[in-house]
Design a protein around this ligand. Structure first.
Ligand code: NAD
Ligand code: UDP
Length: 321
């Protein structure tokens, strides 16, 4: 903890955000700076971009560090938010070995740092730990249905192994851990070409191109606006030490990809049609979080509905067309 009285700035904690120049990480850095934390944003810029945090550079309480979490990193901090990992399927499948290393070696390095500094550490886990779920909506007690050898496995199994490491460091070394399982999240600063469904559909609609639906478009996802997610991550970090999670964070509103396409096209107001493309392998058929645990544990539920969130996201993407 520190106090910089000269600046009239009472600092809360020294927070490390790995993957801080990415989509979610950059919003988290914004919020932590606004709440007067001293923030180190660590990123190797694989999918993140300096432009996401450029407005923070120059703030004396913000440091941007180029580093790969698969290598150890030494610093003195109170809180670690571990977000480093590509999140869109085309990006994490680009170099699957590096994806697994990022989740597993990254978790070991950041947990080692938490152990040495006695920092509290939050893991950005994922609804992908449930795989193609046979329990619907997904509750935290469900162990999941994950293919260990498929194209998505580098991400899914990497994240599952990271959860294992978090709970072993908790049991073996008393590290204060917080594990959140994030469901599909969207908003400004998603990479326009990252291949995820919301960014693809918005960019296609803005360009007047056909919307690419993979498979029959009847698979479902639940979309959480990034501001709601950041609220939940910070609330979870601030829970008492005995609260470890895992806890689901997401918006329970469930939509088929065809419904999402219709919404995006009607909000953008263009004339895009639909183009059907093959469904990627192991693509989950349905996904919807049960968020009772988050509600009960830290009184959180999302506030931004899909239409309002999409409008804000569409505004952001206009400059890329
Ligand atoms: P993103 O790709 O925008 O951000 C990931 C960041 O991690 C990028 O800035 C990237 O450069 C950085 N990174 C990747 N490998 C790294 C490495 N080895 N060392 C240092 N930095 C590295 O994706 P996002 O959507 O912001 O996702 C952030 C986190 O949240 C990820 O861990 C992701 O798995 C998790 N998550 C996201 C979603 C979602 O829908 N967005 C859902 C579930 C979980
Ligand atoms: N998807 C689609 N068209 C696209 C991109 C994705 O129909 O242009 C589908 C994809 O097959 C999946 C859903 O949208 O069923 C969500 O995909 P995304 O990659 O955003 O996230 P994830 O599959 O990891 O939930």
């Amino acid at each position: 903890m520190g106090n910089d009285k000269k600046q009239g700035y009472a600092l809360n904690t020294r927070a490390l955000v790995t993957g801080g120049a990415g989509f979610i990480g950059s919003h988290l850095c914004d919020r932590l700076i606004a709440e007067k934390h001293d923030v180190i944003c660590l990123d190797n810029f694989f999918t993140g971009q300096k432009r996401n945090v450029a407005h923070l550079v120059g703030n004396p309480y913000f440091e941007l560090v180029r580093h790969d979490v698969t290598f150890p990193y030494y610093v003195e901090v109170d809180r670690i938010y571990n977000l480093a990992c590509p999140a869109s399927p085309p990006h994490y499948q680009h170099d699957p070995v590096q994806t697994t290393k990022t989740s597993v070696h990254g978790a070991i390095n950041m947990l080692g740092l938490a152990k040495r500094t006695r920092a509290r550490i939050l893991q950005a886990s994922t609804s992908e730990v449930y795989g193609d779920p046979s329990v619907h909506p997904q509750v935290e007690a469900y162990w999941g249905n994950v293919n260990p050898i498929g194209l998505r496995s580098c991400y899914d199994e990497g994240k599952r192994c990271a959860e294992t490491l978090f709970f072993d460091y908790y049991r073996q070394n008393n590290v204060e851990i917080k594990v959140v399982r994030i469901f599909n999240t969207y908003g400004p600063r998603m990479h326009p070409n990252d291949g995820r469904v919301v960014s693809n559909f918005i960019m296609q609609a803005l360009r007047g191109e056909d919307i690419t639906i993979y498979g029959d478009g009847l698979q479902t996802r639940s979309f959480c606006y990034v501001d709601d997610l950041v609220d939940a991550m910070i609330a979870m970090m601030n829970t008492p030490a005995d609260v470890t999670g895992p806890v689901n964070i997401g918006n329970p509103g469930e939509f088929t990809m065809l419904e999402l396409a219709e919404k995006v096209v009607s909000l953008v107001g263009g004339k895009s049609g639909i183009r059907y493309e093959p469904l990627p392998s192991d693509d989950p058929k349905q996904r919807k979080p049960d968020i009772s645990l988050a509600k009960k544990t830290f009184g959180w539920e999302p506030k931004v509905d899909l239409e309002s969130g999409l409008k804000r996201t569409i505004e952001y993407f206009r400059e890329f067309v």
